[in-house]
Design a protein around this ligand. Structure first.
Ligand SMILES: *[C@@H]1O[C@H](CO)[C@@H](O)[C@H](O)[C@H]1NC(C)=O
Ligand SMILES: *[C@@H]1O[C@H](CO)[C@@H](O)[C@H](O)[C@H]1NC(C)=O
Ligand SMILES: *[C@@H]1O[C@H](CO)[C@@H](O)[C@H](O)[C@H]1NC(C)=O
Length: 470
């Protein structure tokens, strides 16, 4: 006999005279329901989180913090609007030299900060022609490294056993670390003391030179040009000391600003040309979030974009490198800076996400708006974001909801390296090895960005191939 209250009762409307009709769910159905639905709900939630259908955004777990926070100083100074306009007339008779020559690839290597940061063991000896270890400081008018830094330097110098042509330089200063420079350049005695200390380093640690990265001489623009003149004197005295001791030659290079108003304040370019081996042009940080520049923009555009005029039209590699040349620096002595990091911005309105879109702060990616390349590529992959590649500036950008990033890729750096090759410049400077994808997380091999520059400037052989087939 069928009995409604026996095995087949699942969902029943029971008439309870006192309380009226009500629904209730059988306990067994509840258990079944839970067993079936739990995985379904879990699956849907995971799917939405991973593939971004859910109105949210997924960020790489490791928001790398390898870029030292002091780097922000240069980006802040670059973002200032000049008080007076620099001389912007450029000669059009730029000479072009396409004869084959050895291009330099100068790579900055920041001292490792923690366990997860790039160690010397992971740097191939043929990746770069020069490695600048960064940064030493100026202490009491002498070059200064802490003991752990000296240990790292020694390991780096050992790479020369695998590549005898590799040059190792110590870079002094860096963004936000200009303390010690003003006092050191002030008088002949202090400058002499500094030069002496560098020569001691060259001999003691078997390094190939020094890179001066004072950001920046005469920065306050206080109408006192003494700092600029004293800096030039330092370079002149360095050159004399190098000539006076031919048995211990070493390279003298300077990391220099790109925006023209800083160039005019800080450097006597045509004199510098006489004294330095080459300059490392810091042609990046052209656009960065500050309260004065609250809009998106490219970190390191090759050319101006279509609608950029006047001052904005000067914030690109082509303008800066020609400006340095026009001010008196030989083209062969200009090394064009290429970044392996990008900049993130937080959009005011996710729908207004192009170039010069209003921004309210740094993006979540990276530290203080500085984003290492592996973080960029993971972000693009996990969120399935297709970047926009701008052919005017040869630079990509990407956005997702409130996040907006400008960065470089193998493609953009190939264009920029071809520009270096075809316009007679001395080579490329890369900042930095640390922010490239040295762990091959982007599945493009190790150091994919530096390698793309090498492919163009050294004719196709990768660092690995050079090691095998040298
Ligand atoms: C322009 O002048 C103002 C006031 O003298 C100063 O605060 C500012 O730093 C100057 N700008 C630059 C780029 O030096
Ligand atoms: C700086 O160097 C001078 C000259 O050697 C020395 O007399 C002085 O004690 C040093 N000062 C510090 C703070 O090390
Ligand atoms: C590159 O710069 C030079 C010198 O300022 C200028 O004449 C040239 O038009 C620029 N090229 C592009 C594509 O903007």
């Amino acid at each position: 006999m069928f009995h409604p209250n026996a095995n087949y009762r699942v969902l029943v409307v029971q008439h309870v005279p006192e309380q009226g009709s009500r629904w209730y769910i059988d306990k067994r159905l509840g258990v079944l329901f839970t067993i079936f639905m739990c995985p379904v709900i879990l699956f849907c939630a995971t799917y939405m989180l991973v593939f971004g259908i859910f109105p949210g955004i997924s960020y790489p777990k490791t928001l790398a913090k390898d870029v030292p926070e002091v780097n922000i100083h240069r980006a802040l100074v670059y973002s200032m609007l000049p008080n007076k306009t620099a001389n912007r007339v450029l000669h059009s008779n730029l000479h072009r030299d396409r004869s084959p020559h050895n291009f330099k690839i100068v790579c900055y290597y920041n001292f490792p900060g923690g366990r997860n940061s790039l160690q010397v063991d992971n740097i191939q000896a043929y990746l770069c022609t020069h490695i600048n270890i960064a940064f030493a400081s100026v202490s009491n008018s002498t070059i200064h490294l802490e003991q752990p830094q000296i240990d790292t330097l020694k390991k780096l110098v050992d790479l020369k056993n695998s590549n005898k042509d590799l040059k190792i330089l110590v870079s002094v200063g860096g963004a936000g670390n200009n303390e010690g420079f003003p006092e050191m350049v002030l008088n002949h005695a202090n400058r002499k003391r500094f030069i002496r200390s560098v020569i001691d380093y060259v001999k003691e640690y078997n390094i190939d030179g020094v890179d001066l990265d004072w950001e920046f001489p005469n920065e306050e623009q206080n109408h006192d040009t003494a700092q600029r003149v004293h800096f030039t004197q330092l370079l002149s005295e360095f050159r004399k000391s190098i000539e006076h001791q031919p048995n211990h030659p070493f390279l003298l290079t300077v990391a220099v600003a790109a925006p023209d108003f800083i160039v005019q304040n800080s450097y006597d370019v045509s004199y510098m040309n006489e004294y330095v081996d080459f300059v490392n042009l810091m042609s990046y940080d052209y656009h960065y979030f500050t309260k004065e520049t609250p809009f998106t923009g490219y970190n390191s555009p090759l050319y101006a974009s279509e609608n950029e005029r006047y001052y904005l039209g000067t914030l690109n590699i082509n303008y800066s490198s020609n400006y340095w040349n026009m001010m008196g620096m030989d083209r062969k002595k200009i090394l064009i800076g290429l970044p392996t990091y990008g900049h993130s911005f937080r959009l005011m309105n996710p729908k207004n996400n192009g170039l010069y879109a209003p921004a309210s702060g740094y993006g979540k990616l990276g530290a203080l708006g500085f984003v290492d390349y592996p973080v960029v590529c993971q972000f693009l992959n996990t969120n399935r974001v297709t970047p926009v590649f701008d052919m005017d500036t040869k630079s990509p950008y990407a956005s997702k909801y409130y996040e907006w990033i400008s960065f470089d890729t193998q493609q953009s750096l190939t264009y920029k390296a071809e520009y270096i090759r075809d316009n007679g410049f001395g080579g490329a400077m890369v900042y930095s090895l640390n922010s490239d994808d040295w762990k091959a997380m982007c599945k493009q091999g190790k150091f994919p960005l530096v390698e793309s520059v090498r492919k163009v400037l050294e004719g196709g052989r990768t660092a690995e191939e050079n090691l095998v087939g040298r």
